[in-house]
Design a protein. Structure first.
Length: 196
């Protein structure tokens, strides 16, 4: 079940990967049953938090209007779903360079399940000033989970696991930067932020 998988990925990711490895799951099942509901957590909580509290930088508070928040939420959510798939493509494409195998299904499971901690940390986006710090911690834990799963699911030799992880991390950073730029541009369509 969804809750059992989330708990396993948060508490025992190494053991969770052992259970995930032999599972046969379609892209549709993975997105509908895991990625879409969990990726909605930071989107919905961020939307509510931005409308209710806004955020502050150097003591100056900012709050988005409704149009900006809706546009930003919808675009961010859609691009999160796309980023999972793009990350899987990068994981799959890079595997042979480090002695691993190409397997898009395993790569998609890695991209989807490793993001669990980041998405669960999205609950704290209800209070955006705190949410950013917790999201950073969730993101670091998600990277740790990805590091544990890469050699197992993509069959990369242990001596190549760290360099493979570094290459995948580089691809993830590029995807996230592009996503951030598009979300920021889309949010501008809703009008400027107002000081709180």
């Amino acid at each position: 079940s969804l809750f059992a998988r989330v708990r396993a990925m948060l508490l025992r990711p190494s053991r969770a990967w052992a259970a995930i490895e032999p599972e046969a799951v379609s892209v549709r099942e993975l997105y509908r049953g895991y990625v879409a509901p969990l990726a909605a957590i930071p989107a919905v909580c961020g939307f509510v938090g931005m409308l209710l509290f806004g955020y502050s930088i150097a003591g100056i508070g900012f709050q988005a209007n409704l149009a900006t928040s809706v546009i930003e939420t919808v675009v961010d959510y859609a691009l999160t779903l796309a980023a999972v798939y793009l990350t899987a493509l990068a994981i799959d494409a890079l595997a042979p360079s480090f002695g691993g195998i190409r397997d898009r299904g395993q790569a998609l499971k890695l991209a989807a399940y490793s993001a669990t901690a980041l998405w669960i940390a999205g609950v704290f986006a209800l209070y955006p000033s705190l949410g950013l710090l917790v999201a950073l911690l969730g993101g670091l834990y998600s990277l740790y989970a990805l590091y544990l799963g890469l050699p197992r699911l993509m069959r990369v030799p242990p001596e190549n696991a760290l360099t493979y992880f570094a290459a995948v991390l580089g691809a993830i950073l590029v995807i996230l930067v592009l996503k951030g730029v598009v979300v920021a541009r889309a949010a501008e369509l809703g009008g400027p932020l107002r000081t709180a």
